[in-house]
Ligand binder design. Structure first.
Ligand code: ZN
Length: 161
């Protein structure tokens, strides 16, 4: 049991490190990298495995041999457990066609994402502890946007106030 815990502990530490490096865009938890590519880290057996699969196993359970882990959000770099479901290769291919992923550039749309009030609060809470550049990257907005938020030039009031 102790050995098992230690093994899982290492992977937990890797997942935590991955979380530190990831950015949150429109609720997706995105590991930095190229769109359309999967991120691979070492799993508890020391073997390379995609981050979203490890995230699924750790948070939701085992992956049957004939199943793959799919993204409901269509972001290959996303590893938020609530965006991951089990599926088959066939359903994945069908989804891809239906959503026209190959034509629509999702990344561009995401750059225009609007921050929620909670995210704005979170940014101001983190501002004293992080570089603005890093903060902007973490929330997927431009440096200028970050600057205006942190300095209260915009979003002075919550939308619901
Ligand atoms: Zn997602």
């Amino acid at each position: 049991m102790e050995v098992l815990n230690r093994r899982y502990g290492d992977t937990r530490a890797r997942l935590r490190a991955a979380f530190e490096r990831s950015i949150i865009v429109n609720d997706c938890l995105l590991y930095p990298g190229e769109d359309g590519k999967y991120t691979t880290i070492r799993n508890e057996h020391g073997k390379p495995e995609t981050l979203h699969r490890i995230s699924y196993r750790f948070n939701k359970g085992d992956i049957p041999k004939d199943k793959i882990v799919r993204h409901t959000c269509d972001h290959t770099r996303c590893w938020r457990p609530s965006h991951l479901i089990l599926g088959t290769h066939l359903s994945n291919a069908q989804d891809k066609m239906e959503r026209g992923r190959d034509i629509v550039c999702i990344g561009e749309n995401h750059k225009l994402s609007k921050l929620t009030d909670d995210q704005v609060d979170e940014i101001r809470r983190l501002a004293p502890t992080m570089m603005r550049k890093d903060l902007a990257a973490k929330f997927g907005v431009s440096y200028d946007t970050m600057y205006t938020i942190v300095t209260y030039k915009t979003r002075r009031k919550r939308a619901n106030d």
